[in-house]
Ligand binder design. Sequence first.
Ligand code: SD4
Length: 324
Amino acid sequence: MYGMIATWHMAVEGITKGRKILKDRGCAADAIETAIKEVEDFEFYKSVGYGGLPNEEMEVELDAGYMDGTTFDMGAVGAIKDFANPISIARRLSKEKVNNLLVGEGAEKFAHKEGFQRKNMLTERAKIHYYNRVKEIKEQEIKPYSGHDTVGMVCIDENSNMIAATSTSGLFMKKKGRVGDSPICGSGFYVDSKVGGASATGLGEDLMKGCISYEIVYLMKEGHHPQEACEIAVNKLDEELKERRGMVGDLSVIAMNNKGEWGAATNIEGFSFVVTTENQEPIVYLTKNVNGKCIHERASKEWLDNYIKIITTPLAREGGKIKK
Ligand code: SD4
């Protein structure tokens, strides 16, 4: 038995590649790294890897996390610049006994020494988004942007080893050095091969307040199905934050247990995710929260076509000429 689940529709090509590795009896670690690299490398996904949107200083600072649910090895990078695949650096760091989470210059130094590929991650398209946002910034607060957010995945292979991992450029126009939940073990991701794994996307500052990925794995350990565990964790954190703070950011999660059963939940409109199992080719679902229950609906061909059209539409710089 094998399976994979991922946040957001953008993971579908990666999940398709990862599934092939699992089908050929490859390991969950290779499947998940390959799947996430695919998302990192695609320039039109503006919240992960190459093409990711920059911080307020127009620099692309990336976060990634990786955890092995069998050994509990964990590695992560925060605010790393100019490396092609943060996920691979996070996986490499998971092999260390200490120094597992490196940020900024220290992460870059490590990646350079280990021979990881350097790349200028700021695309022309991302620059146009930046300049346009600078113009509108006075009216807009920084927040996750719908449909193009952190990629988070959970994977189980035929040997029942489970891995969870994430990669993101974080929030558009964030402060230099800001790190969200994605590289934080227990918040952006968590996995225990004896139970299952989870990953989150949304407003990192709020997801961290509930250590939400750990919470979901804990709920699964207590006997909850992944769907129930996701709903309980999202609804509870949503309510707590509204009660204590009068507001709550975007909270969306996915989970899979060690039987390959899966779940997803959200407190926003328009959260999509991708899932595949041994008996099921990758499917994209859209989910919505109706009175605490999350209803998943398979994305239609029109929706999928429209999504690609939107993310690849040429952008105009306000007052400038059209670029790619
Ligand atoms: C962060 N959780 O950096 C990430 C961003 C994200 O939907 O997932 N946006 O806070």
